[in-house]
Design a protein around this ligand. Sequence first.
Ligand SMILES: [Ca+2]
Length: 251
Amino acid sequence: MNRALPSAGTTETRPLWRTALATATAGACLALYGAAPQAAVADTLQATVQAESMAKSGGCTSTDSTRAVYYCNNDSTSTSYAFPQAGRYSITVAGASSQNNTAGISVYVGSAKVAALTFTGTSYTRQSAVFDIASAGSQEIRLKLETDNGQNDTYVDYFELAYQGPTPAAPPPPSRRTRAPTPAAPTATCSRRWTRPSPTRPSPPSSPPTGTPSSPAPTTPNASTTRPAPTATARWRTSRTPATATCAPKA
Ligand SMILES: [Ca+2]
């Protein structure tokens, strides 16, 4: 199974038993399937540097026959290393805390801090980080205590440098999705008008026939003819209907 490359500056615990387990698993896969599993990151060990051989600086740093001890903040040990080529490297530091808690050490390559490693407990563990080198050449590698709070001291036995390969290409920035241009939202001018149907006025009574000698007898106005019952359309006050609201984009 492929193992994703960690980004530069990340740390990783790599206990020895995991290496043994991985080797045994790879052997089992080879026996079962007759094919070699894909290799993990092929670190090529470049150098192993004993902490006690590094140059000391800071106010309290000490070394003994097997390790360097960092007591106070800014205690450090350093060495120069000639990187043979540009690319991604890993550094693995074997260290421990003087107490049953967590102690730390920072790793600088040149002026860049590439890792802040931690070691929990008094047993030595190996902590790793990766970093990128832009071009071949000598760089200072410094292990520096920056997390001292009086609870412990940091022990470092050694560190290893390994070459992993070319620096992976940076992931492309997230692409902007191409979307059809969205028309500007029209600012709707909505009007809601009430339309009033024109009342149909009743027709006036027909004129009496002309030319007749007799004058029309006065008649009692007949309500049925002079005041016709209002038609439904005439009763607009109670039957008005709303017109459809019209919305038009604002010019
Ligand atoms: Ca040592």
